[in-house]
Design a protein around this ligand. Structure first.
Ligand code: F1P
Length: 346
């Protein structure tokens, strides 16, 4: 759990956690467009940022794969803010995207973990996630830290802009404050998740489905499984299932749903029914106290309730644990997966 979620956060001191970005909240609040550039897990954190900034601060957001940015002759307008997200701060494509955006006149900001890294040095301002060193190659706590920083940034910007009520503002900060405790509650379910993993160790394909803020979490769940267990996995918005992936579903295809009690819950439940009607085996991440989904699926993993906008901070954790246990059971080296580099610098 990152430092930015540790301890009590009072509204008055919350922005201290935003380090060098504190002076840029006004610029963020006045911006017409925010563009996130990142790769891999950090790109998924950027997608969460898109939902947060659009919903809370009503600012138009784009999320670009840094590796494609320069091949599109990207349009950067005056006042655009380009934000790089990177655990290592050294990813070559993210650095190149930032430099291109800077040359076109954008304000460039960074959310990096490694202090003094190349990306941190080229940005106008930034915040360090202070997640500590990632021992393994695949990002896990870096994702949690990035999403927590992006949540604080979006809440601060929305508060400054007046797009959220004082009540919502205080509720969101209070929920952030509660987060370490809730994360611990999920970690205590490790044995339960391990037992489920045992039944899926030898699956050859997985699908992860979620809606809203849980869609990027579905992508991240699939990426973690690919990275450390070498199982082919796809993440999709749950509603996209009908546009192709549904053809893959049978009794050999585990489907992981993120079905927490939020505004898209009913729709997700109907997607689960569609999968069960095709004999798919379903693991569902559900909110504490859930009984409806439990009756429909093969396995449920309960996570504590929180504000819908902060759900990814919790819903990603059981997926990381699921990947971890499946990889270990398959005898993979989870810290040093084959072919992966900690920083992709070329
Ligand atoms: C991006 C990234 C990681 C991934 C792997 C390769 O790195 O794609 O998300 O787990 O380590 O690099 P970064 O820019 O966040 O350091």
């Amino acid at each position: 759990i990152s430092d930015c979620l540790r301890g009590r956060i009072h509204p008055e001191e919350a922005w201290i956690k935003l380090g060098g970005l504190r002076d840029y909240i006004g610029k963020l609040a006045n911006s017409k467009r925010i563009v996130f550039v990142a790769c891999g897990t950090s790109w998924h954190a950027g997608l969460v940022g898109e939902y947060l900034f659009e919903e809370l601060a009503r600012i138009n957001v784009e999320v670009e794969y840094a590796s494609e940015f320069r091949y599109r002759n990207p349009i950067i307008r005056e006042g655009d803010i380009v934000i790089a997200i990177s655990q290592s701060g050294e990813t070559a494509d993210t650095l190149a995207a930032l430099e291109l955006a800077k040359s076109k006149g954008a304000i460039i900001l960074g959310v990096c973990n490694v202090v003094g890294s190349s990306i941190a040095r080229v940005t106008h301002a930034g915040v360090y996630t202070h997640a500590g060193p990632e021992i393994g190659v695949a990002s896990t706590k870096a994702f949690t830290a990035q999403v927590s920083v992006l949540s604080l940034m979006a809440i601060a910007t929305a508060h400054q802009k007046g797009t959220i009520t004082e009540d919502t503002f205080r509720r969101l900060l209070w929920e952030l404050q509660e987060m370490p405790k809730k994360v611990e509650m999920i970690l205590q379910k490790a044995d339960e998740i391990k037992d489920i993993s045992k039944l899926f160790t030898f699956a050859s394909n997985f699908i992860f489905l979620g809606r809203g803020l849980n869609f990027p979490v579905a992508l991240e769940g699939a990426l973690k499984l690919k990275e450390i267990s070498y199982i082919h996995a796809e993440g999709y918005p749950a509603a996209e299932m009908k546009h192709g992936p549904i053809a893959l579903i049978d009794e050999d295809m585990p489907v992981v749903f993120i079905a927490t009690r939020d505004s898209s819950y009913e729709k997700v439940v109907s997607n689960i029914q569609e999968v069960k009607a095709r004999k798919g085996r379903v693991i569902a991440i559900v909110s504490a106290g859930e009984t409806e989904v439990q009756k429909m699926v093969d396995f449920t993993i309960e996570i504590p309730n929180t504000h819908e906008m902060l759900q990814p901070l919790l819903s990603v954790i059981p997926l990381q644990l699921l990947s971890y246990y499946i990889a270990v059971l398959r005898g993979r080296n989870v810290d040093q997966p084959r072919n992966l580099a900690k920083s992709v610098t070329v």
